[in-house]
Ligand binder design. Structure first.
Ligand code: PLP
Length: 348
């Protein structure tokens, strides 16, 4: 493999993109001299302060290596082993974490809810909780929502509030998987606070990697009581970074001056452009409303094979099938035009 020539951008995943310039610059700056390990350094303090500023509240913040760790440890901190977690049937915590939420919580059961466009709703939550109340049923304890969802849709603030209210009424905590939280916020044009704690979210797993950092997601506890001894949980799970400043610095680089939302808005705009260019094509069906940085399309088998033969990469096993076309912070209009033109040629 030639590792020196740049390889073309693709639509497989936003984690196929590289590191954005602002995160890279912050890493370089953090790479000066020595700093104390394990989080007791100025970069980690600054990154946590910036998250508190962005969310306009005094939340507890922890940095871990990836989203699976963030989700599993956050959920584990809310549950006992005899509890259950309610989430959408295609939620990442259910389908893409290899059982880590159950593992780290020592067996908490995940209960699956159906729902259109990758979203759960209050009636589904209520049905699952009221279905059984006896001692033989794993006691419902947490509702988990993904924002933006696995199929690229976005919960409105009102939808989140409704979920939050129902959860509170039933005595449940609310977790948000925000691997693409930035894309959701950019799409809604709402304040991060409105989309989280003001809507009843207790803990947010805030994704950085898919929006231009090199590694690391943040666990943000709006309900600070739930963060009790979370530092020990991270350490035991191998999620306490020794050179923590390199997990924290990219947050400083991207949270300042609204960089994170600018990158997310760009990715969303590229997906919108792609959607506009392909949605009317014959023999192609758009599967979900395009709201964040992805487009899901059903294509004839020969056409997706043809795209792959022309060198395009994308997944077709995520969500409910169909081809997932994911845009990132560095996707260009030219990428979109090239892809759309190949697709048009194959469909005609
Ligand atoms: C990517 C992703 C995650 C985190 O995955 P990691 O690979 O563990 O970082 C979590 N939730 C959703 C919805 C994701 O798309």
């Amino acid at each position: 493999m030639n590792t020196t020539t740049p390889r073309p951008r693709q639509f497989a995943s936003d984690n196929n993109a590289g590191i954005c310039p602002e995160a890279w610059a912050a890493l370089a700056e953090a790479n000066q001299g020595h700093a104390v390990g394990y989080g007791d350094d100025p970069w980690t303090a600054k990154a946590a302060d910036l998250i508190r500023e962005v969310f306009e509240t005094d939340c507890e913040v922890f940095f871990v290596f990836n989203g699976t760790a963030a989700n599993s440890l956050a959920l584990a901190s809310l549950c006992q082993s005899y509890h259950s977690i309610l989430c959408h049937e295609i939620a990442h915590v259910e389908t893409d974490e290899c059982g880590a939420p159950e593992f780290f919580s020592n067996g908490t059961k995940v209960l699956l809810l159906p729902g259109e466009n990758g979203k759960i709703d209050p009636s589904g939550i209520e049905r699952m909780v009221r279905r059984r109340t006896d001692i033989h049923y794993p006691k419902p304890r947490v509702v988990s929502v993904t924002q933006a969802t696995e199929v690229g849709t976005v919960y409105s603030v009102d939808e989140l509030k409704a979920v939050g209210l129902m959860a509170k009424a039933l005595g449940l905590k609310v977790h948000m998987d925000g691997a693409r939280f930035a894309n959701a916020v950019a799409s809604l044009g709402a304040k991060p606070a409105e989309v989280t704690w003001r809507a009843g979210i207790d803990v947010l797993c805030l994704g950085g990697t898919k929006n231009g950092t090199h590694v690391g997601d943040a666990v943000v506890f709006f309900n600070r009581d739930l963060a009790h001894e979370f530092d020990y949980r991270c350490k035991q799970a191998g999620q306490l970074a020794s050179k923590m400043r390199f997990l924290a610095a990219p947050w400083v680089g991207t949270l300042q001056n609204g960089v994170w939302l600018r990158h997310a808005a760009h990715a969303n705009r590229m997906a919108e452009l792609l959607h506009d260019q392909i949605r009317e094509l014959p023999r192609l069906k758009i599967l979900f409303p395009r709201q964040a940085n992805s487009v899901f399309a059903e294509l004839p088998e020969a056409v997706s094979a043809g795209l792959r033969a022309r060198g395009w990469k994308f997944y077709n096993f995520i969500g409910r099938g169909g081809c997932r076309l994911m845009c990132s912070w560095d996707t260009t209009e030219e990428d979109i035009r090239n892809f759309a033109s190949d697709l048009k040629a194959l469909l005609s």
